[in-house]
Design a binder for this molecule. Structure first.
Ligand code: PLP
Ligand code: COI
Length: 343
C-alpha cells in the first residue's frame, strides 16, 4: 500500500485536481497503439483538430472506492466501456476494445493509488476516460486520428451540501433532439446544456429537469443524471426514453430494487403531469457523480411542486436504495456477480 496524499478528503467538492499518472493511446492508420501511462497532463494538437472544430468527442465517468477492508475497487467498468463503444459508433469514432479499456482503467487507478480517498472519508476517485478526433479536419467529416485518454481526480459530492435535497426547475431549453445524441455520452450534449445550467444557477436552482423535446410532456433527465421517483406505496418509477443517457447507476438501482430489496419497479414514460398531481412521495437524481441526490422541489415557471419527503433529508425509500448501492460499492454488502472490479 502506498502512502495516501495529504488531502483534507472530507472538504473536497466536485473539482479537478491533477494526479500523478494518466493513460494515453493514439489511433492512427486504422489502429490503436499500445498506450502508455504518462506524467504529462497537457494535450498538444493541431489548431484544426476535429474535436476543436466539430466537437468530435465522447467521454465516460466512473469511480474507484476504498472498501471497508482496504481494497481499491471500481464499479462496473465494463458497462462504461460498452457505453463508450456505443458513443463512438454513433459519433463515427473508432472503438477502443472493451477488455483493453477496462485494463487501462485498472492500470491508471493503480498508478494513482495514492489519490484514492480512504474508506469513510466521503470522497472517491473519479475516473474520466475520453476520446477525441485529433488530426486536422476542415470539411465536415470524421477525423482519421484519435486520442483516448484516462485521468483521475479525487472528488467529493457533486451537489454542494452532500445529501441535502436540491431544487430543480423545468428547463425551457432542450438537452437532446428526438433521434439525436441524447442516449450517448457525447461532449456536445454537455456544451448544449451550459447556457441552461448557468441560467438555472443564476435563478437559484441547482439543476434543470429536461422534458422530452418533441412534446414537452414527459420527464427525461437532468444535465448530468437520470431521475428516480418513488410512489406513496413505495414503487420505484424511472422514466424511460430513447433520448436519455442509459445511466449505469440507474440500471444498478433498478436491479437492487427488484432483486435485493424486493421492490416493485416501473420503467416507463413518466408525465410531468404526474408530478403536478402529487403522484410521488420522493424524487432523486442518480448517476456516478450524483450517486443518489434527493430532490425536494421542482419548479415549473414559478409554480412549486414539493415532494412530501421535504427539504431536510433524503426520503426513506431512496435512502434504503442509497445505502444498498453505496454498501455494495464500498464492500460492506455482497455485490451481484461482475459488479466489482478489484484494482
Ligand atoms: N445522465 C447524464 C446526462 C449523465 O451525464 C450521467 C453521468 O454519467 C448520467 C445520466 C448518469 O450515468 P451513470 O450512472 O452511468 O454515471
Ligand atoms: C458522471 O456522473 O460521471 C457524469 O459524467 C456527470 C457529469 C455531469 C459530471
Amino acid at each position: 500500500m502506498v502512502a495516501k496524499k495529504d488531502i483534507d478528503w472530507g472538504s473536497l467538492g466536485f473539482g479537478y485536481i491533477k494526479t500523478d499518472k494518466r493513460f494515453v493511446s493514439n489511433y492512427k492508420n486504422g489502429a490503436w497503439d499500445e498506450g502508455v501511462l504518462t506524467d504529462d497532463a497537457n494535450v498538444v494538437m493541431s489548431e484544426c483538430a476535429g474535436v476543436l472544430q466539430y466537437s468530435q468527442s465522447c467521454f465516460e465517468g466512473l469511480k474507484a472506492y476504498t472498501t471497508e477492508d482496504g481494497k481499491i475497487v471500481c464499479f462496473r467498468p465494463d458497462q462504461n466501456a460498452l457505453r463508450m463503444k456505443s458513443s463512438c459508433e454513433r459519433l463515427e469514432m473508432p472503438v477502443f476494445p472493451v477488455e483493453r479499456w477496462v485494463k487501462a482503467v485498472v492500470d491508471t487507478v493503480r498508478a494513482d493509488e495514492a489519490w484514492v480517498p480512504p474508506y469513510g472519508s466521503g470522497a472517491t476517485l473519479y475516473i474520466r476516460p475520453y476520446m477525441f478526433g485529433s488530426n486536422p479536419v476542415i470539411g465536415v467529416k470524421p477525423a482519421d486520428e484519435y486520442q483516448f485518454r484516462i485521468f483521475t481526480t479525487p472528488v467529493g459530492p457533486y451537489f454542494k451540501g452532500g445529501a441535502k435535497p436540491i431544487v430543480i426547475r423545468i428547463s425551457d431549453f432542450d438537452r437532446a433532439a428526438p433521434h439525436g445524441t441524447g442516449h450517448v455520452k457525447a461532449g456536445l450534449n454537455y456544451a448544449m446544456s451550459l447556457h441552461a445550467i448557468m441560467d438555472a444557477h443564476r435563478n437559484g436552482f441547482n439543476e434543470n429537469l429536461y422534458l422530452d423535446p418533441a412534446t414537452r410532456t414527459k420527464i427525461e433527465e437532468t444535465g448530468g443524471a437520470n431521475v428516480l421517483f418513488v410512489t406513496p406505496d413505495k414503487t420505484l418509477v424511472v422514466p424511460k426514453s430513447p433520448s436519455i443517457l442509459p445511466s449505469i447507476t440507474r440500471r444498478s438501482i433498478v436491479y437492487i430494487a427488484q432483486n435485493i430489496l424486493g421492490m416493485k419497479v416501473e420503467e416507463r414514460e413518466v408525465l410531468f403531469d404526474e408530478v403536478k398531481k402529487g403522484s410521488f412521495a420522493e424524487c432523486g437524481l442518480c448517476g456516478t457523480a450524483a450517486v443518489i441526490s434527493p430532490v425536494g422541489k421542482i419548479y415549473d415557471h414559478g409554480t412549486e411542486y414539493a415532494f412530501p419527503s421535504g427539504m431536510e433529508e433524503m426520503g426513506p425509500v431512496l435512502k434504503k436504495l442509497y445505502d444498498t448501492l453505496t454498501g455494495i460499492q464500498m464492500g460492506r454488502l455482497e455485490a451481484p456477480d461482475g459488479w466489482i472490479q478489484v484494482i
